[in-house]
Design a protein around this ligand. Sequence first.
Ligand SMILES: *Cc1c(COP(=O)(O)O)cnc(C)c1O
Length: 397
Amino acid sequence: MMMNLITLKKIKQMINIPFCKPYLTNNEISYISTVLDKKKLSGNGDFTKKCHHLFNEYYGFKNCLLTSSCTDALEMAAILIDIHPGDEVIMPSYTFVSTANAFILRGAKILFVDSRKDSPGMDEDKIEELITSKTKAIVPVHYAGISCDMDKIMLIAKKYGLFVIEDAAQSIDSYYIDKNGNKSPLGSFGDLAAFSFHETKNIISGEGGMLVINNEEFKDRAEIIWEKGTNRSAFFRGEVNKYGWVDLGSSFLPSEITAAFLYAQLEQINKIQKRRLDIWNLYYERLSYLSSKFSIQTSFVPHYSTNNGHIFYIVCNTLNERTDLIDYLKQKGILAVFHYLSLHKSDYFEKLHDTRSLVQSDRYSDCLLRLPLYNDLELTDVNLICSEIINYFESKI
Ligand SMILES: *Cc1c(COP(=O)(O)O)cnc(C)c1O
């Protein structure tokens, strides 16, 4: 009897699949050692420049600045487009708090848009009705690295003279495909775009981010805001003979230690992406059965987007069903997690929201479930997770 209990316990412990596990290339330590040897630890040194160079080479981001986080990059964007109290900004409700906070910190009024029925991204057809004479910017969030319909959004922005700030936190190495089949990287559309290298993203540096400056008008000022409001960078390039306080700013740049870590990751982006996509594709293949047999919505990639394997999700029918499935999987040693809670219903924002109900955003808040996805996840484990999920739904009929 005792023996049996122990064996049972052991079996239970054998399967232990976390939701996320940071991937290391093993070059991180050696590049950080290089930084330590050079005794140049603060920001905007060799590794920062090497990262900027790689982003230009890979994605044609001519002007980009590493930041301490995507949150920082979004805050820089809000300063750059000169958000003032009374300005209105349009963004999805189904997103991370930083998307909204960055603009609220500068006094903006946020108008939240509902999500699409076929995916958690913002419903592009519901943007135009929210535009007023006070609207200053649209902030599309490419949820799960799946592109918003950028032709539609850019057309609206052009028609009303609005800035576009892409929250590209999850969008590294993903592309929008236009009508003629041309691919452009996410983060190359907006006047500005913000990426994240938080440990839960595809390419990581612990905490980390990047601002991409596509509108040349913002290039010089972005660098000043990045360097605490000083023209220090221009001074070190020999463009001015002293440096001082010339504008608003903050300490947005990461240390060289962080940049060295990021560089190690960036060098292996193809390997990292391939593995994530292999896992994502296996989920998609195995779980297509759920959508055909049980009408369960799963991750969707529209024809105008590529996929970067950032998130694989399924959407349960009800909150109860999702809670039940999370518990079921937990008992099997599998950690699956929900995602955002509609920002328009948050404690902080509820009183500021107009009365519009955002049905799809609430549905994803209640029903979306993200499955484990990280580079070291074995395909046999992916198969096991899929079998358990299918078992769960089959046992309910
Ligand atoms: C992760 C994330 C952020 C925040 O990124 P940090 O680097 O942690 O500041 C912002 N927006 C979205 C959509 C995200 O997924």
